[in-house]
Each structure stands twice: as structure tokens, then as C-alpha cells.
Design a protein around this ligand. Structure first.
Ligand code: COA
Length: 286
């Protein structure tokens, strides 16, 4: 587990605030979403985690069961969020075992670094399908439960589309769509008592994302206004706030949790040379 042992006691949150509630999390075995789930469980919720990989999802569910005595965590492996029926099956399993779904975290995402020249049409589509269509499908499959329980949705977005970020064309486009989806759903579903928000993490330490995106850049933390990389605990705390009754009047927002990073814009470094070289190479594949 990644949250510190004393997280619950040192945090501002009150024990048991999510007792009797169930959170359904796509990408729930990934570092960020797993820690969001852990925080919800520690505060009383039961959970279902949804993933593509059987072993990874089962192991994560087993670990999450241990964070609170009596916690129920359902593992829903072999689910591809690009297939709405596959998520619907996970919803049926969750409701069958846990009785309900109150909160939904649409966190499943795909990412890699690629310049435009090397980004095939299918690669672009793969990421847009996982991040954007997958987010739509997740809410679609959970809608009956959200409506019955006056639930809440949290999309995991990004800050990559606030300005031009090289090698992230696919993700920026997908996450811009996620924000648009979130805003429109907040307006449509508000009258049903369903709140919809997005959370946009900046660079978060010890995640697959930062390993893929920052690579060997060890100084990134010191160039962020708050002076460090984010932690999954930072994301977990924002998640708790947005699902809690403290945010009862908060919907249609994007909560940026990035230490002020995106306001610094795009840092040049060696990128312009690299981008030029990569885009000059002759690539035949579309
Ligand atoms: N650079 C350029 N293109 C890449 C790539 C890379 N690093 N990795 C994959 N692609 C391309 C593939 O070549 C393929 O395109 P093609 O058919 O034109 O050759 C396309 O992306 C789809 O790849 P595939 O492996 O079939 O897709 P997938 O659906 O199994 O995987 C990805 C989806 C590509 C997003 C994969 O990176 C993934 O599953 N990631 C999940 C985990 C993750 O990214 N976590 C980080 C979250 S921040």
C-alpha cells in the first residue's frame, strides 16, 4: 500500500465517511487509481477494480482487501473499457457482490511518447478510444446505478491539452475530450443528483506515467512551483474531497493537482532539436 500507515489519523478526513458506499474504478490496478481506491476503502467504502490484466487486477484487489478489516473488494479482470459490454459485465458482477455502485472513477488510460511523424493513425485511435470512449463507456455502463443512488463520477484527466505538449498529441486530444464529456455530463446529470468532476494530475512520482514520460529527467520536481513531484496521496486526498459531502455543490469542475506545474508552460530543453529530427525521418506507415 502506498498511503502512509498514519494517513487516516493525520489526514483531515473523518473515519467512516464512505461506509455503506461502493466505488467502481477502471484502471484500478494502476498506481494512481489504486491509491484513490485505497483512500476510499480506508474511509469505509467497498470497491470494485476493473482492469485488462487478470493477474495485476487480482493481486491489486487482494492487497486492497487488507487495508481495512471487513473491506470487500471485487476484482473485475479481462475488461477492455473500449467495449461497453465488457464494462457492463463488470457492473453486473459488482452489483451482484456488493449490492450497489455510488461512485465511479474512470481512470483507465493508455500512454506512450510519440512524435506526430511516428504516431500512426491506429496508435492515435487506440489512445483516444481507451481514454475518451472508455470514459464514456464507463459512465454509460454505470448509469442505472448512478441514477438510483444519486452517485458521483470522477474522470481522471490531465493538463497536457492546456498548452502544446510535444509527443503527447494523442493523449492531449483524448483528455480534452474527457474534460468536455465531464462538463456536459455535469449539466445533463445534475438534475438527477449525479455530480461529475474531473481530476487532472500533474507529474506524480513513482507512477508508470512518470517513468514513461519523464524518463531520466531527475530535476523535474525542482522546476515545479511547489518544488516537488506530486504523490499519489495528493491525488487520493483530492479524490476523497470530490466524492465527500464537502463537495456537495461542486460539479462540472476540473480539479488540477499539479503543484502549479502547468502554469510554467512547456520547458524547452533539448526537445526542439529532438522533435525536428524525429519529424524529419522518412516514415512510410500511416
Ligand atoms: N510509440 C508509437 N506507437 C505506439 C507505441 C509507441 N510507444 N506503443 C504502441 N503504439 C502503437 C502500435 O504500434 C499500434 O499502432 P499500429 O497498429 O499502427 O502499429 C497502436 O499503438 C496500438 O498498439 P497496441 O499495442 O495494439 O494497442 P493496445 O490497445 O494493446 O495498447 C496502448 C494500448 C498502446 C496505449 C498501450 O501503451 C497500453 O496498453 N498502455 C496501457 C498502460 C499505460 O499506458 N499506462 C500509462 C498511463 S499514463
Amino acid at each position: 500500500m502506498v498511503l502512509e500507515d498514519n494517513w487516516l489519523h493525520s489526514s483531515v478526513w473523518k473515519q467512516g465517511i464512505f461506509a455503506g458506499k461502493v466505488v467502481f474504478v477502471t484502471g484500478g490496478a494502476g498506481t494512481i487509481c489504486k491509491d484513490q481506491t485505497e483512500a476510499m476503502i480506508r474511509l469505509g467504502a467497498d470497491a470494485a477494480i476493473v482492469g485488462r490484466n487478470q493477474q495485476k487486477t487480482d493481486v491489486a484487489a487482494e492487497e486492497l482487501r487488507k487495508v481495512r478489516n471487513g473491506a470487500k473488494v471485487v476484482s473485475c479482470p479481462n475488461v477492455d473499457v473500449r467495449d461497453v459490454h465488457s464494462i457492463a459485465e463488470a457492473v453486473r458482477k459488482t452489483v451482484g457482490e456488493l449490492g450497489r455502485i455510488d461512485f465511479v472513477i474512470a481512470g483507465a488510460a493508455g500512454n506512450f511518447l510519440a512524435d506526430f511523424n511516428h504516431l500512426s493513425s491506429n496508435a492515435f485511435k487506440s489512445v483516444v478510444d481507451i481514454d475518451l470512449l472508455g470514459s464514456f463507456n464507463t459512465v454509460k455502463a454505470c448509469f442505472d446505478q448512478l441514477r438510483s443512488n444519486r452517485g458521483a463520477v470522477l474522470f481522471v484527466s490531465a493538463t497536457l491539452h492546456y498548452y502544446g505538449v510535444p509527443f503527447q498529441i494523442h493523449v492531449g486530444a483524448a483528455k480534452a475530450g474527457v474534460d468536455a464529456l465531464s462538463n456536459a455530463l455535469a449539466v445533463e446529470l445534475g438534475p438527477l443528483g449525479i455530480r461529475v468532476n474531473a481530476l487532472a494530475p500533474g507529474p506524480i512520482a513513482n507512477t508508470e506515467g512518470i517513468r514513461r514520460l519523464a524518463g531520466k529527467n531527475k530535476t523535474l520536481g525542482s522546476s515545479i512551483p511547489i518544488g516537488r513531484l506530486g504523490t499519489t496521496t495528493d491525488i487520493a486526498n483530492s479524490t476523497v474531497y470530490l466524492f465527500s459531502s464537502a463537495a456537495a455543490y461542486v460539479t462540472g469542475t476540473v480539479q488540477v493537482v499539479d503543484g502549479g506545474n502547468w502554469h510554467m508552460g512547456y520547458r524547452k530543453g533539448e526537445y526542439p532539436v529532438k522533435i525536428l529530427e524525429m519529424n524529419q525521418e522518412k516514415v512510410t506507415k500511416l
